[in-house]
Design a protein around this ligand. Structure first.
Ligand SMILES: [Zn+2]
Length: 500
């Protein structure tokens, strides 16, 4: 071997050795700099093949929660659509500031809604999204949770306290003139999802504290579940983000260099969490998008600013599995039926009313629930157990049951039920610190999913919630549905102590 050849071989060895050392240091450095790596994945959540749908309750939520993701996707050339549930036309303080009037009227609220719509278009443009890919539904700000809970009949629509409208008043909204009701909203969500066929949906979580935000989350969950039940090819990923939740982003120092650290409560759910790095260019676009929201900047500048960070947080939603049993549960319930509990609000609740644990079991088409509480509730305490089943065929309808338990009197009410349910199909049994519930035949024969939540009420006011969750059902086509007999929806029933 000549000395020239030896020198070349030596240089090649040195270069490869140097590359190996650099790669090793990068890997080691990345591990030590990112201690949450095992919990939070910096997964790239879009690619050119992806079709992203962002569903925002109000103009600004899309930029606050997903502005970086949208801008990065636009830079890569991905397909992105943004859907606004409301125009944000019910924000009293914002409307006052915008109009400069101490007493705002319905026309002021509407004018404010039009202005916020313009700002949303400005923000989308800054994020790289075409106006054609921005859709407004024009539903009422501060009305979505009420619509979800009570307005399932389009002939008796919700009326906005601010604009006084009972139907969509914005001519550019897709369902202009349609009634403010849950079936209309679900219908339009389903139609948009079916036409667009998103691969990834981003929406505010049911764990978000703002009523419009959690209601947007549960409407989306139901619309998506209905499509999934009908069409096995429809199976987008669902990512959720929280805007109003324990001030986790507001309490951190403001500034683009400040990293986000996750609050402990984010780890309660068992879902996969993603901490997504926002590129420098996308962060700049996000800042510009937020600057479009002048009506919001005059009322909450530091709140908007607190989202200008190089990371965005998402949770990948996965349906919970329900335990199916062949035996009617008695006193001891399998540990596997225990639900993870994650109340989301800051209640001023008495210790006796706290839900310590909750269990859920499926026995054929019957649903069994057990709540273990503090055991000594005041007369004003009640629990709302809310179930919504997802239809899987064109001849099936959504079934909703809202059961109000009043522990002090050991009674319950069927508050909002569709279709009407025979009280024989509901059984409630109280013990000292627990209550067991059976909802007979509530699961549809071809059911794939049902949705479920618990509200803790104090003198009629919701003080805490276990957010809406989606459960997988173990289906059985041989189930026979019990007959539904017409009963009064608001029928109070005294319950005797025997177990179910
Ligand atoms: Zn919002």
């Amino acid at each position: 071997m000549t000395s020239r050849v030896r020198n070349i071989a030596l240089m090649i060895t040195l270069v490869f050795g140097l590359i190996a050392v650099v790669v090793f240091c990068m890997v080691l450095g990345h591990r030590t700099m990112n201690p949450q790596k095992s919990l939070v994945h910096n997964r790239v959540t879009s690619s050119p093949k992806h079709r992203i749908l962002i569903i925002a309750p109000h103009p600004d939520d899309e930029s606050l929660g997903t502005g970086g993701l949208i801008a990065d996707a636009a830079i890569r050339g991905d397909k992105v659509k943004i859907l606004f549930m409301t125009n944000g036309d019910g924000f009293h303080f914002g409307a006052e500031k915008y109009t400069g009037r101490a007493k705002v009227n319905k026309d002021d609220y509407l004018r404010y809604g039009f202005q916020r719509q313009k700002e949303a278009i400005c923000a989308a443009t800054k994020l790289g999204i075409r106006t054609n890919d921005v859709t407004f539904l024009g539903f009422p700000d501060q009305g979505l949770a009420s619509i979800w809970r009570h307005y399932w009949d389009p002939s008796k629509p919700f009326i906005s306290r601010q604009t006084k409208f009972s139907h969509v008043p914005y001519p550019t909204a897709v369902d202009y003139g349609q009634a403010y009701s849950a079936p209309v909203l679900l219908g339009v969500l389903e139609r948009i999802m079916m036409e667009y066929q998103p691969t990834d949906i981003y929406v505010t979580g049911t764990s978000d504290r703002h009523p419009d935000h959690w209601a947007t989350g549960v409407f989306t969950l139901l619309a998506m579940s209905m499509l999934e039940s009908k069409d096995p090819c429809f199976c987008p990923h669902l990512y959720t983000f929280d805007i109003h939740r324990a001030n986790w982003q507001v309490d951190l120092p403001v500034g683009t260099d400040s990293d986000l650290s996750l609050p402990d409560s984010f780890f309660d759910y068992g879902d996969e969490l993603y901490k997504r790095k926002v590129s420098r260019k996308a962060l700049e676009a996000k800042k510009q998008a937020l600057s479009c929201y002048k009506t919001q900047a005059i009322v909450m500048p530091s709140f908007l600013k607190s989202f200008e960070r190089p990371y965005e947080l998402f949770r990948l939603h996965t349906p919970r599995s329900i335990v199916s049993t062949n035996q009617v549960p008695k006193n001891s319930w399998p540990a596997s039926s225990l639900l993870a509990l994650h109340p989301v609000d800051h209640p001023k609740r008495e210790s006796g009313s706290v839900i310590k644990s909750a269990y859920v079991l499926q026995h054929g088409p019957d649903l069994y629930l057990k709540l273990v509480t503090g055991g000594n509730c005041s007369p004003g305490t009640s629990y709302s157990i809310n179930v919504c089943t997802v239809p899987s065929g064109p001849n099936e309808a959504i079934e909703r049951v809202s059961l109000r338990l009043i522990p002090k009197t050991r009674s319950y009410e069927l508050v909002d039920v569709w279709p009407p349910l025979n009280t024989k199909e509901v059984k409630v049994a109280y013990t000292k610190d627990a209550v067991q519930i059976r909802l007979a035949g509530i699961l549809l024969p071809n059911a794939k999913y049902f949705l479920f939540n618990i509200d803790l009420n104090n003198y009629g006011k919701i003080v805490d919630r276990i957010p809406w969750e989606r459960f997988n059902v173990t289906p059985n086509r041989n189930w026979r549905k019990p007959l539904n007999c017409r009963v009064e929806a608001r029928q109070q029933v005294a319950v005797s102590p025997p177990s179910i």
